[in-house]
Design a protein around this ligand. Sequence first.
Ligand SMILES: NC(=O)C1=CN([C@@H]2O[C@H](COP(=O)(O)OP(=O)(O)OC[C@H]3O[C@@H](n4cnc5c(N)ncnc54)[C@H](OP(=O)(O)O)[C@@H]3O)[C@@H](O)[C@H]2O)C=CC1
Ligand SMILES: CC(C)(CO)C(=O)C(=O)O
Length: 307
Amino acid sequence: MLVYIAGSGAMGCTVGYHIQKNTDSEVILLDYWQEHIDNINKNGLEVTGKVEDKIEIVALKPTQASRKADLIVVMTKSMKLDSMMQDVSHLIDENTQVLCLLNGMGHERILKEHVNLDQINMGVTVWAAGINGPGSINISGIGSIDVQNIGGNEEEGKKVADLLEQANLHTKYDSNVMHAIWRKVMVNGTMNSTSALLKCKIGEFFSTNAHKKIVDDLVNEFVEVGNADGIKLDKKEMLDYIYQTSESAKDHYPSMYQDLVKNNKKTEIDFINGAVVEKGKKHNIETPYNDLITQLVHAKEELQKAE
Ligand SMILES: NC(=O)C1=CN([C@@H]2O[C@H](COP(=O)(O)OP(=O)(O)OC[C@H]3O[C@@H](n4cnc5c(N)ncnc54)[C@H](OP(=O)(O)O)[C@@H]3O)[C@@H](O)[C@H]2O)C=CC1
Ligand SMILES: CC(C)(CO)C(=O)C(=O)O
């Protein structure tokens, strides 16, 4: 099986590393960061943290790849998903499956512009990783992955889930992945934006007295909007999951922190807290806490001239 990872930053390399290392599939990492590509091709991909290893793996720019894909795992940032799908369009035919593991909501709308619904697998992951430098990633949290083919092509969706499970990525086929996506959006909506604004690790934010009210107010809005959207969300179950994740990822600087604080990059806020604000408008539900946190992150992006 030929697997491309479209967007090979921290998480793309985490997924690509596991598939290349633990299965018979061939993995090609696709990215635009030339120094990263060159280092991987010359010295191998270095993995530190919960897994210590170095493997040989091919990295290319999307335009340099030519063979049709059996599977494309998209792992860009949300804002780059549309352009990445355009840039890998020559690698897709009717037999290609696409798996999207990005944080946030609404990516299926973008994917539908590029491939048929029965080629789209939506997923969600609580693995945690960061970039050490070109050619080197750090896996800071061992997690799990949920996958579902959203066009009803269960057979292909289960093959994708099986491949990732075989790769040791702790993956299950989930017949209600939208529930898992909303649950994950709440994890990111409570810990990514807050840690990025407060410049702290997840565990540090959750050790403050103030965190409880902030998390509660944000989750109330997510649950109300999600339920209006038909996703049957239980607040206690969501809070239990958030607290469990805050414990397992306590030493991690979330991806939004890495973007805004470490790399001065624009964030995925509009696909996380901002997405619930937009959905709230459709259902006439006010979401002042998520709106405020979205605007605060945008204000910080502006002040820092994030790119
Ligand atoms: N990190 C985590 O722990 C988790 C992240 N996610 C989600 O996974 C998706 C991918 O995120 P993640 O892997 O963290 O993102 P990264 O920032 O590590 O990588 C994303 C892209 O950013 C570019 N990039 C990264 N660093 C540099 C650099 N120094 N110079 C130039 N380009 C660089 C690369 O693409 P390009 O060259 O095209 O810009 C890369 O493909 C997001 O949706 C995120 O929310 C989900 C779960 C956990
Ligand atoms: C919170 C965490 C680590 C959960 O996997 C994550 O999704 C991120 O850093 O964006």
